[in-house]
Write a protein that binds this ligand. Structure first.
Ligand SMILES: Nc1ncnc2c1ncn2[C@@H]1O[C@H](COP(=O)(O)OP(=O)(O)OP(=O)(O)O)[C@@H](O)[C@H]1O
Ligand SMILES: [Mg+2]
Length: 456
């Protein structure tokens, strides 16, 4: 029904028609509230720090959202503050109060850890939707052995794995094995006492088992080589909606040499709603009954390893990922609508921008990285010329004169796009060379290996 030039619902039309002197004021305020709800920008709050929070806030703000950030760690607080208001959640018991006060509609967490915070319950009970699965759906990332069992149940290839509770148990298991095993935390969390150690021979595994922290036990997973790729999708109502196929360069040095870093040194994404490399078909689609049963609503990332002619699932993440998210959101035509629709349980209807079919991200690492025990002073960070692509600052701050200085090990990411991979990589490369910071380095070979998926 139409009132003046405004379309109104039948419910509101009846209400307007029935208004009398007594109810005039309450009906007017009802109408004003309704109009406010229609024209108001959605408010999206990111939970995170550093370049991830800055990127998500900026891209969603460019698409018309009001944005803010709940700071979830005790470092990299400045980058999100370059874009919008930030709230330190270190001493917060209830998030609902901030969410109500700011009329937050959607909360986008950076990592799985939000669910273990003292304010997690208040978030779930608040007016805001959360861009993440909740409850049992979270187990696919959090509990590695649960992911293994799920894969077994739905016939998704998974490397041979074993949970050991202590060193003796782990060494005993290895006695009967001639294969190499990657060492992982059984329960995933950025705060785990143990982070993945990729061992490539049985003696590598045995050597490292002497050195690790067994507080939470250890998850040993057969080493399957280096032909790795990822696939990221949105899941609602038991359906898997593919977004991108992605790659992350996790080793510290060019040529995929050195150790696996805490965060990748670069990444690629390719818009892939049709699953051209078959990763969703192999690693995600078979899990549809479980997605439906758990009411899984949110993003999912599968990391696959191509081995003996097929894809194996080596792990799942219940988020778009720190490196991929700033690429995916820029690639989408309507990132705000896509996130809101999904978090409210609707099919996401993602459409991609022309000229943004490929994304490339290159990280500038600072002094000491990836050996984060080594710390340098707060050296200046300088941009030699105006960037021509996205630059997301990570562990940097402004000094008293307003100049950027490094406060940690990961300085910035340059993120560029193109209709082909070479264009995106060239622009990200050109821009990372504009940033100068003493002792810093980046990988000059992003895109030259591990692509297309299935290659080393
Ligand atoms: N079974 C395996 N065989 C060979 N390489 C592996 C294996 N498992 C892990 N890796 C390597 O180690 C990296 C990190 O492992 P994994 O993804 O399981 O750890 P994670 O800490 O959960 O990582 P993320 O931060 O991406 O969630 C992988 O991306 C891959 O390069
Ligand atoms: Mg993981």
């Amino acid at each position: 029904m139409q009132v003046g030039r405004i379309m109104v619902s039948p419910k509101l039309a009846i209400r307007l028609a029935c208004c009398n002197a007594h109810s005039l004021w309450s009906d007017l305020s009802f109408l004003l509230n309704w109009l406010y709800g229609v024209v108001r920008q959605p408010h999206i709050m990111v939970l995170g720090v550093g370049g991830f929070a800055q990127a998500v806030m900026q891209i969603l703000s460019d698409d018309g959202a009001e944005v803010s950030c709940g700071l979830t760690r005790n470092y990299a607080h400045d980058a999100p503050a370059f874009v919008g208001p930030t709230y330190d959640l270190a001493d917060v018991d209830s998030l609902a109060e901030i969410i109500d006060r700011q009329s937050v509609d959607l909360v986008v967490p950076m990592s799985i850890d939000w669910a273990r915070e003292p304010w997690a319950r208040s978030l779930l009970a608040s007016r805001a939707a959360v861009f993440s699965p909740t409850g049992d759906g979270m187990r696919i990332e959090r509990e590695r052995d649960f992911a293994r069992q799920l894969c077994k149940q739905f016939s998704v290839p998974f490397p041979m794995s074993h949970v050991a509770h202590n060193r003796i148990d782990a060494l005993e298991f290895l006695k009967a094995e001639s294969r190499a095993f990657v060492i992982k935390n059984p329960l995933c969390s950025p705060m785990s006492p143990l982070h993945t150690i990729v061992c490539e021979s049985p003696s590598d595994t045995r050597a490292w088992l002497e050195r690790i922290d067994y507080a939470e036990g250890v998850f040993l997973q057969e080493y399957l080589g280096q032909r790795e790729a990822g696939h990221i999708a949105l899941v609602a109502n038991g359906e898997v909606h593919s977004l991108v196929t992605n790659q992350e360069y996790k080793r510290a040095h060019a040529g995929n040499l050195g150790i696996v870093c805490g965060g990748p040194m670069g990444g690629l994404t390719q818009a892939d709603p049709g699953d051209r490399y078959g990763l969703a078909a192999a690693l995600l689609n078979p899990l549809k009954p479980w997605f439906a049963d758990t009411g899984y609503t949110g993003p999912i990332q599968a990391t696959g390893m191509f081995h003996n002619g097929r894809w194996y699932a080596i792990e799942y993440n219940i988020r778009l990922g720190v490196t991929a998210t700033p690429m995916i959101l820029r690639m989408l035509k309507q990132p705000v609508a896509t996130l809101l629709r999904l978090a409210r349980g609707n099919p996401p209807e993602s459409k991609f921008r022309i000229g943004y079919e490929f994304g490339a991200s290159i990280t500038l690492a600072g002094y000491g990285y990836p050996y984060v025990q080594l710390e340098g002073p707060r050296v200046p960070v300088k941009l030699n010329s105006e960037p021509s692509c996205d630059v997301w600052w990570n562990e940097v701050t402004r000094d008293v004169e307003g100049c950027l200085t490094a406060t940690g090990h990961r300085i910035a990411d340059t993120v560029a796009f193109g209709s082909d991979l070479a264009t995106a990589v060239a622009e990200a490369n050109e821009n990372i060379q504009k940033i100068r910071c003493l002792g810093s380095y980046h990988r000059p070979d992003i895109g030259q290996s591990l692509w297309p998926p299935g290659n080393e």
